[in-house]
Write a protein that binds this ligand. Structure first.
Ligand SMILES: Cc1cc2nc3c(=O)[nH]c(=O)nc-3n(C[C@H](O)[C@H](O)[C@H](O)COP(=O)(O)OP(=O)(O)OC[C@H]3O[C@@H](n4cnc5c(N)ncnc54)[C@H](O)[C@@H]3O)c2cc1C
Length: 445
């Protein structure tokens, strides 16, 4: 990015903003090809309003960037104006009310750490560097989903700049329709400058790593399926098929327990049961802060890698599904390439399907197929591997998929991403953003 506003779009964008936004917050790019024309590093709600107005006046595409983790780059529209909220990352904890107020650009790690200073846990995703609002407005699977639902289910209020520049409060008394839409409908309705989430007091947090050789995966996952039937809400188990220390693919179970400490650590308890599904090569379980675990995972996803993500939602981890996963994982084209399965059950599955915009409320595993490579700019091989695995899983999957991860060209899934909630979303899109100023995760219309 250059600081010199001399590109064809950069000039008028910068000129339009200068009287409303402090100049040092405007970054423009002269060589507008596949990059944004200008970025406003927003510091306050006035910057956001000015950007929303300028983009419409000049007819340039607008996008909103939280912490930049949308793998398809939807936060950075080519030739457009980006509202970068990463500087609006304040986190205020209200311990007495069990809530936290976060800036529109706060990260998962910042929210977890702030809550933990008060002995509370926030309902987030698994990686610290992801934007909390980007995660939660699209859904938000995470290590506490079984006990407290999705991050979206814990969103209780948001301050939103709409396309017409007005600033509204989305909550149960202010605008419940907007709150409903933000709980799963993504950044399609406005810019969330501030959001309030429920946070929780739990007896303990116990996490672990249980690793099995891949040749045990079929049997271990079959037993895990049975275990799932009686698993307490306090236990959420993330599953991954990834390269082990010697490069060979392994099966990883990553449990998070948030019930009583003694139960979490008990040899005959539900967490240790995960180490008795076969003969693990690693089985380590300990009390741990969620922020610490999320930061460790964050080191696995540095910026600058090439990524292709596909997603499917499978209702049952059947033997057929396991076979497809193993068949593809043994042929994965790069060491960092992996498959991660986020569990959706317990509290997350008990929320009524129409209560929030998030459209897939039946128990399932959200399969995240992550192809990562470093060597060259484009790679059909790596992209194709992820697409092939998604295709092979299609016959065993629910229609649709996790909108926060759906590829823009996933045309077989996008129409079903919100289930029966699509019609209400369409009505609300017409009410809050009739001219389509905001484009975010794919909507089915
Ligand atoms: C390494 C990694 C780990 C992940 N882990 C999980 C996980 O555990 N669980 C899970 O459910 N998902 C996970 N995701 C998916 C992630 O939640 C989404 O990609 C999310 O949109 C990222 O938000 P962001 O702010 O970081 O991204 P950005 O690219 O900055 O934003 C993505 C989109 O979110 C919207 N947006 C962001 N902030 C705002 C705002 N304040 N107001 C309005 N719109 C906004 C915009 O439409 C924007 O285009 C992960 C992704 C990655 C890359």
């Amino acid at each position: 990015m250059s600081d010199l506003p001399d590109g064809p779009l950069a000039v008028p964008v910068a000129a339009a903003l200068r009287d409303r936004v402090r100049p040092e917050r405007i970054v423009t790019d002269a060589a507008v090809v596949d990059r944004p024309a200008a970025v406003i590093r927003c510091g306050e709600v006035g910057d956001v309003r000015a950007g929303v107005a300028a983009a419409q006046r000049l007819g340039v595409p607008l996008s909103v960037r939280g912490r930049g983790h949308d793998w398809a780059g939807r936060a950075r529209r080519a030739g457009g104006l980006v509202l970068d909220l990463s500087g609006m990352n304040s986190v205020r904890v209200h311990p007495e009310g069990g809530q936290v107020t976060v800036g529109g650009g706060a990260s998962v790690g910042e929210v977890l750490s702030a809550a933990e200073e008060h002995g509370l846990v926030a309902v987030t995703g698994t990686v610290d560097s992801v934007g909390m609002v980007g995660l939660a407005t699209g859904g938000g699977y995470g290590p506490l989903s079984g006990r407290f639902g999705l991050a979206a289910d814990n969103l209780v209020a948001a301050t939103v700049v709409l396309a017409d520049g007005s600033v509204v409060i989305a909550d149960e008394t202010g605008d419940p329709d907007l709150l409903w839409a933000l709980r799963g409908g993504g950044g399609n309705f406005g810019v969330v400058v501030e959001a309030r989430f429920d946070v929780h007091r739990v007896p303990s947090v116990v996490t672990g790593t249980v690793i099995y050789p891949l040749d045990q995966a079929t049997e271990v996952l079959r037993r895990l399926r049975e275990l799932h039937e009686e698993m307490p809400d306090e236990l959420t188990v993330q599953i991954a098929l990834l390269s082990g220390p010697d490069g060979a693919p392994v099966l990883l179970l990553a449990p998070t327990w948030c019930g009583p400490l003694a139960t979490g650590l008990a040899e005959d308890g539900p967490v240790h049961a995960l180490a008795r599904l076969g003969q693990p090569v690693v089985a380590a379980v300990a009390e741990k802060r969620l922020a610490e675990g999320a930061a460790e995972l964050g080191t696995m996803f540095p910026y600058g890698r090439h990524v292709e993500i596909r997603t499917r939602s499978v209702p049952v981890l059947s033997d057929d599904v396991t076979a497809v996963l193993i068949d593809h994982v043994v042929r994965k084209p790069a060491p960092l390439t992996a498959v991660s399965l986020h569990s959706f059950r317990g509290a997350a599955a008990r929320v009524a399907p129409q209560a929030t915009a998030f459209g897939t409320r039946v128990p399932h595993h959200m399969v995240e197929i992550i192809s990562i490579w470093t060597e060259e700019r484009e790679s059909p091989t790596h992209r194709q591997w992820a697409r092939d695995l998604a295709s092979a899983l299609a016959p065993y999957s629910l229609p649709g998929g996790y909108p926060n991860l759906l590829a823009p060209d996933a045309v077989d899934q996008i129409p079903f991403g919100f289930g029966a909630n699509a019609e209400r979303l369409r009505t609300l899109k017409g009410r809050f953003d009739p001219d389509g100023v905001f484009s975010a995760i794919p909507l089915p219309f």
